[in-house]
Design a binder for this molecule. Structure first.
Ligand SMILES: NC(=O)c1ccc[n+]([C@@H]2O[C@H](COP(=O)([O-])OP(=O)(O)OC[C@H]3O[C@@H](n4cnc5c(N)ncnc54)[C@H](OP(=O)(O)O)[C@@H]3O)[C@@H](O)[C@H]2O)c1
Length: 266
């Protein structure tokens, strides 16, 4: 029997590449987003991860059409840039609504099916920015740090029930993420951050445009899904970016912050 995977954020970038790759491989794929998708020829459904009833309806469609869900790959998300002080809390909350609560909502709805699968898998698209705070994208980092803690805790709960959880932590990836980022700034003439924020964001955008192709992340996701003992976390990206992760673990905070400044554009 074909194993069934639900991929969120499948209309673009990493999610689209994951849906196409899994569909071309051993998986029956349903790709979800607010605009639907037919990535790689997979079945598409409309699902807004911000909305309880949309997620419930999407899940019901997958179960009606396929009778099972063996894997969920959560890629729905977007970026928000702006100084903490200058970002209205309502806009910051929206960032967490999609990137964190959206993932939690989809997982909660999928867990009964993942448990029933007896080899259920969840792959959560985190980020290197979920382990290293990114200046002028603090709320984005907060959404991914939240995801990291959530997934780590969840794994203890569900592994005895046969569900494996993996966090994939990409570095810079060339997708529509960069153009779609919601960027705040210049709204207030007295904003003391503008110059610094523009520099840091300019650096980040340049690195994203020189980032790896989303297909590399998709290949990693496929590997994780077929691994009998999938890792809790795995990073994917250029070596120069990934090296930041062990460096953060090993170095004292002040030394790490000093070493990271130039690559973070501050
Ligand atoms: N690109 C990078 O450098 C990078 C690095 C690390 C981590 N990531 C993470 O990877 C994930 C995918 O990003 P990407 O680079 O592939 O960006 P992308 O090309 O902009 O794709 C984002 C996807 O999320 C979907 N989406 C956004 N809000 C949604 C919502 N409320 N409900 C359902 N779907 C929603 C979009 O589809 P619709 O608009 O059709 O709904 C789209 O399919 C994100 O979580 C991002 O944080 C990206």
């Amino acid at each position: 029997m074909d194993r069934v995977a639900l991929v969120t954020g499948a209309s673009s970038g990493i999610g689209k590449a994951c849906a196409a790759r899994l569909h071309a491989g051993a998986w029956k794929v349903v790709g979800a987003s607010r605009h639907g998708t037919s990535a790689g020829g997979c079945q598409g459904i409309i699902m807004d991860v911000d909305d309880d009833s949309s997620v419930a309806a999407g899940m019901a469609t997958v179960l009606r059409d396929h009778g099972r869900i063996d894997a969920v790959v959560t890629c729905a998300g977007y970026g928000l840039a702006g100084a903490v002080e200058m970002t209205p809390i309502s806009i910051a909350k929206q960032q967490l609504e999609t990137n964190f609560w959206g993932t939690a909502r989809v997982l909660q709805a999928a867990l009964p099916a993942l448990r029933a699968s007896q080899d259920g898998r969840a792959v959560l698209m985190s980020s290197i920015g979920g382990l290293i705070g990114i200046p002028f994208q603090a709320y984005y980092s907060a959404s991914k740090f939240a995801l990291e803690g959530f997934a780590e805790a969840l794994a203890y709960e569900v592994s005895p029930l046969g569900v494996r959880i993996t966090l994939v932590e990409p570095g810079n990836v060339l997708t529509e993420f960069t153009e779609r980022r919601q960027t705040l700034g210049n709204e207030r003439p007295d904003d003391p951050y503008t110059r610094f924020a523009q520099k840091a964001l300019g650096r980040m955008e340049r690195d994203e445009r020189n980032g790896i192709q989303p297909e590399r992340v998709a290949a990693m996701v496929e590997r994780v899904l077929s691994d009998r003992h999938p890792p809790r976390r795995i990073s994917v990206g250029k070596l120069g970016e990934r090296v930041g992760l062990p460096a953060k673990r090993l170095l004292p905070d002040r030394l790490f912050a000093w070493a990271a400044r130039s690559s973070l554009g501050v």
